[in-house]
Design a protein around this ligand. Structure first.
Ligand code: SF4
Length: 93
């Protein structure tokens, strides 16, 4: 059970968590480096300048986001736990 005083302070200071790749259902499972990964959304595929494959998955950082963001409820539960109440509904423009 989270401490109510802690949550009161977080609300008082306007604490928010921004929608981001780390909470998006299009980000593949984490790399060995947890903040990085690949985006699986078809609109983010591209032709890499050094590889011959016609489409290449876009490397993304967990703290970024794009216009194709879609919330993954499982990641919210796993990564934010009780802090999920501080998640903004819409990603910033
Ligand atoms: S926010 Fe955009 S770039 Fe990031 S994982 Fe989702 S669709 Fe891909």
């Amino acid at each position: 059970m989270p401490d109510e005083n802690k949550f009161a302070k977080l609300r008082e200071i306007g604490y928010t968590i921004t929608p981001c790749c780390g909470l998006c259902k299009h980000k593949e499972a984490d790399f060995q480096v947890p903040l990085w990964g690949h985006c699986q959304h078809p609109s983010t595929q591209y032709q890499h300048g050094k590889h011959s494959d016609p489409t290449h998955p876009l490397g993304v950082h967990s703290l970024g986001h794009c216009k194709y963001f879609e919330l993954d409820p499982v990641r919210v539960q796993n990564h934010l736990q009780s802090y999920g109440c501080f998640l903004q509904v819409e990603p910033p423009k």
